[in-house]
Design a protein around this ligand. Structure first.
Ligand code: ZN
Length: 305
């Protein structure tokens, strides 16, 4: 390749999974409609469902039906989140070949989530990665609470880096750093990302921010300036925080896209189509979603003088 290439950022839409998992349950029809609308926005990656125990997360009980009915649009990579081997087998049987697993950087958070220490979960994940690779799938490890823990408070960036050391040694194809409860700020993004990238410059790194405390877009901007090119975001800012009822969900996809496009950074996403999908998401969950761009419209939309 020669010449100057245009700057691009890749967004993974997580509204159908992380978003809807933290909303009141909606119908299978509604989930399929939202997934299909998102598939036609130009987004390259969608986290479609999770395969979790229906008693633990009733919002995802119909994951198989949702996925079998959803349109699989060419050019879109779909992934599923799984908590364990059973979930991984369900995801593989459903046809997924990009799979995400989670471990918390904070021991207390990990115990609350899966009743195991972080070290025990890392052993499980090593086995899961082998299982996924044997099945021809890729494995992404999401390190939850990378920027702070609701139980322990600050998380040492060195601890996050040591988890990245371990999972990449075990064969993880990608690593995502999750701001599970919206505790990241630009300063902490800089601290954690610089330590992790210094140790692992070649590992594909993805960042996952929640807007619980209003810092998500600032965090994305900070990381873009640091050179990180992959982000999770949720249409309309769908979702919430399991530890703070009523709190905002993931950073809103259209807010990220709107900001980046105006900076001359391409995402491949059609903002109008995305705003239509955000409107649909809002109707589906039947509450006003927290996205400013959804509420006000893009800056390109002027009003009559
Ligand atoms: Zn999340």
């Amino acid at each position: 390749m020669s010449g100057e290439s245009r700057k691009t950022v890749s967004i993974r839409e997580v509204g159908p999974r992380d978003g809807l998992q933290n909303e009141d349950p909606v119908s299978t029809d509604a989930k399929v409609e939202l997934l299909d609308a998102l598939s036609r926005t130009g987004v390259q990656r969608i986290e479609a469902v999770s395969f979790v125990h229906p008693k633990a997360i009733p919002q995802m009980a119909d994951a198989d039906q949702v996925w079998s009915r959803a349109a699989k649009v060419d050019g879109v990579r779909y992934s599923a989140l799984v908590p364990n081997t059973r979930g991984a087998q369900r995801a593989l049987a459903a046809g997924f070949r990009e799979i995400e697993v989670v471990v918390s950087a904070s021991d207390t958070h990990n115990r609350h989530n899966v009743n195991r220490s972080t070290a025990e979960s890392l052993d499980d994940i090593a086995e899961l990665i082998s299982l996924l690779h044997d099945a021809g799938a890729t494995a992404e490890v999401i390190v939850a609470t990378s920027f702070g823990c609701p139980y322990e408070g600050d998380v040492d960036p060195a601890r996050v880096a040591s988890i990245v050391d371990r999972v990449t040694a075990d064969g993880a194809d990608r690593v995502a750093l999750g701001d599970t409860t919206g505790m990241a700020t630009p300063r902490r993004v800089r601290d954690v990302v610089s330590v992790v990238r210094e140790a692992h410059p070649d590992v594909p790194l993805l960042l996952h921010f929640h807007n619980t405390r209003g810092t998500a877009l600032a965090n994305v901007l900070t990381a873009v300036e640091l050179g990180v090119t992959q982000y999770d975001a949720s249409v309309g800012g769908l979702g919430g925080c399991p530890y703070a009822p009523g709190a905002s969900g993931n950073v809103a996809t259209e807010e990220v896209v709107h900001m980046l496009h105006d900076m001359g950074i391409d995402t491949g996403i059609d903002l109008d189509a995305l705003l239509d999908a955000a409107g649909l998401a809002q109707r589906i969950v039947d509450r006003e979603l927290p996205s400013g761009v959804l509420r006000a419209g893009p800056r390109s939309r002027t009003v009559p003088a």
